[in-house]
Design a protein around this ligand. Structure first.
Ligand code: ZN
Length: 663
């Protein structure tokens, strides 16, 4: 007789192998970290001896669940910001807080909290994507769970990298350190198409092939991700990433909500694993992935919880139930995604989806001993019918709760026995997490009070010259000014024609200034739109020193400029202005040299909300002295252009329009 380290007896064994064998009463023998044998109890007891027999008391013994897409350290951001759109949630809240708080210690703490939740809910392996993945790997290995840890690479500066080149170096370190660890598999995570560049995607594909590691990627999560890419590149996500060689890697595509039939076929052909995230897709209103179609076409589809900040838990039992339910309702077919198939997605098929099907996912001799016990005896799961052997799968998917998981083993080591965690001190984790939540609350409270802080938080804001020399004159006709500008005393450096759409946000506290969202349509000689540019400008309160003659045209104020990479809708929801006002104008923008000094001369026709023509002369500088000099010279320029000083307007367009609308 062969000797086993441990034999588990008196269990309903769901193997989740290729033929869905069930042994009842069944037994399973373990040696070292591996499954030695599995079968009917009588057969196992005849063939194997052991010093340790564990009676499972008639519970279900099955493979541990596999969470195929998550961001575990985000347990620390759980409940931080909810009921928002994906872009506002991600760019407005998650990323700014992450830039401020995410350190290796933060990541280790968040990972341990997630691991505790995973063990309690029967998860034995997860596929993670975050920053400082080395810390995720360390915390996970300390706890004893199994994970695929993939290091994020993005075009934006990240908490662990000032540039993507630094992220790529971190990836290489991660791979070298963890390549042969018994619990950890390292991998690469180019976050998504909209957060990466062609250079990043090519580098990732090269590195993945060189080291033979998986690539973990968000694919077609939202409709706008796909429509933007179609607009810019003319193709959807899968053909786009194929260009860079990503389909030749061991790829895992998370979400895949907005993929078309051709993309599903390409993914099947390239053996791309798909991670379906029903809770996250529902909560962020991303849509419903065509899972039934993917399964019909033989794709490997696993289930994931996504990050705990967008779910908000890591409960795979709930995720399995939702996967089944939304597949049924979205296809109007109650036979879609039956219980057994959905359990396969969370075990054997999920293992294949993350390219670990040879090691985990089913209770088969030679695979790792990653298994759980579930108690189906509680009242919410009674009574039990025995007529149909597949009834057990329905009990697990449609009636069982995560709290019915009683025991968890990973790699031959017990991590929970009788609902007691053996490698984690939960009380300690909760106390430390509360302290962290308090700090994040304070940070956000301070930030919400300042429009400038909110602008800086979403990146790219730079301060502009703070002194502005400006004169604006109302005119009946622009032609005489155009004629004057053509005279030889003026050198025209540049002339551009724009159609400008401005939206001004104002806030309850006027001291916050105004935020202007400007869409500049650059018009060619034939009047057609040649390009469009969007910018955000935070214009501080004007401190004009209006004393004496010249001071009418001298202002000082703070201005912060940022490229507007998001939509006007995003900024509206993110900044929550008290009022917003739209102004549309036609602008001829001259850059001229007059008596050796450069000035901008704008010939503006305000088209909405009223019609009026204005000549605006502007120059900005960091120097107070320079501003004084230019103020003098601007007086001469006004006279030269034949403008009437008595027609001078001292208000900004936005103030003029406000007064007009108010009266
Ligand atoms: Zn995700």
């Amino acid at each position: 007789m062969e000797k086993a380290d441990t034999i588990l007896t008196n269990a309903i064994v769901l193997t989740m192998d290729g033929s869905y064998h069930i042994y009842n009463p069944g037994a399973l023998a373990i040696r070292d970290a591996n499954i030695l044998a599995v079968g009917l109890q009588d057969d196992i007891e005849k063939a194997y001896t052991t010093d340790e027999i564990l009676d499972c008391g008639g519970k279900v013994l099955m493979p541990g669940l596999i969470n195929t897409h998550t961001h575990v350290p985000m347990t620390l951001l759980r409940g931080l910001a909810d009921d928002l759109r994906l872009d506002v949630w991600l760019m407005g809240y998650m990323m700014p807080v992450e830039r401020q708080f995410v350190t290796p210690e933060f990541v280790k703490l968040g990972t341990k909290i997630a691991c505790a939740e995973f063990i309690r809910t029967g998860v034995t392996c997860f596929n993670d994507m975050y920053y400082f993945e080395d810390a995720v790997a360390e915390a996970t290995a300390e706890v004893g769970l199994r994970a695929l840890v993939t290091q994020t690479v993005m075009k934006f500066p990240a908490p662990d990298a000032s540039s993507y080149e630094v992220s790529l170096a971190l990836c290489e370190d991660l791979i070298k350190k963890w390549k042969n660890h018994p619990l950890i598999v390292p991998g690469l995570a180019p976050h998504a198409v909209y957060t990466t560049t062609p250079e990043i995607l090519s580098s990732i594909a090269r590195m993945a092939q060189e080291y033979d590691v998986p690539v973990h990627f968000h694919v077609a999560e939202t409709e706008s991700e796909v429509s933007n890419l179609r607009m810019e590149q003319g193709i959807p996500v899968i053909p786009y990433v194929r260009r860079f060689g990503l389909l030749d890697t061991k790829m895992i595509a998370a979400h895949c909500v907005w993929v078309d039939e051709g993309e599903v076929r390409s993914m099947q052909h390239a053996n791309v694993g798909i991670a379906h995230n029903p809770s996250s897709n529902l909560k962020l209103a991303s849509g419903i992935a065509p899972i039934k179609r993917m399964l019909d076409l033989n794709c490997n589809v696993g289930i994931g919880t996504d990050g705990p900040a967008s779910n908000n838990d890591l409960d795979m039992i709930e995720e399995m139930r939702l996967a089944s339910m939304i597949a049924k309702v979205s296809t109007s077919d109650p036979t879609a995604l039956p219980a057994r198939q959905v359990l396969a997605m969370a075990t054997s098929m999920g293992a294949k989806a993350i390219h670990m099907g040879d090691k985990i996912g089913s209770l088969v001799p030679g695979k790792r001993a990653d298994l759980i016990l579930m108690d189906l005896s509680p009242i919410h799961n009674q009574p039990h019918f025995r007529r149909d052997p597949n009834g057990i799968y329905a009990q697990i998917i449609y009636a069982a709760k995560a709290t019915d998981v009683t025991d968890v083993m990973v790699n031959g080591q017990w991590l929970m026995t009788n609902r007691v965690l053996t490698t984690i001190d939960e009380a300690q984790l909760i106390a430390t997490a509360s302290e962290m939540a308090h700090q994040i609350d304070e940070f956000l409270k301070n930030r919400e009070e300042s429009v400038l802080s909110k602008l800086v938080a979403i990146g790219g804001a730079s301060e502009e010259e703070s002194f502005e020399v400006q004169a604006k004159v109302s005119v009946a006709d622009l032609e005489p000014v155009i004629a004057a500008l053509a005279r030889p005393d003026v050198e025209i450096v540049r002339l551009r024609h724009y159609h400008e759409y401005d939206t001004y946000f104002s806030f309850k506290d006027p001291g916050q200034g105004r935020l202007r969202y400007r869409e500049d349509e650059f018009l060619g000689v034939d009047g057609r739109v040649e390009s469009v540019r969007s910018r955000l400008t935070l214009i501080g309160e004007t401190n004009s020193e209006r004393s004496g003659n010249a001071s009418e045209i001298f202002l000082s104020r703070s201005r912060y400029l940022a490229p507007a990479v998001h939509s006007l809708r995003f900024y509206n929801e993110y900044f929550k202005p008290e009022r917003s006002l739209e102004i549309e104008k036609n602008r001829l923008r001259y850059l001229i040299r007059f008596q050796g000094i450069e000035f901008f001369v704008n010939l503006d026709t305000i088209q909405k909300p009223f019609s009026g023509k204005f000549v605006e002369i502007k120059s900005r500088t960091w120097s107070r002295q320079d501003a004084d000099n230019k103020t003098q010279l601007m007086q001469d320029l006004l006279i030269f252009l034949g403008l009437e000083p008595s027609a001078m307007v001292t208000e900004d367009y936005v103030h003029m329009v406000e007064h007009l609308l108010g009266s």
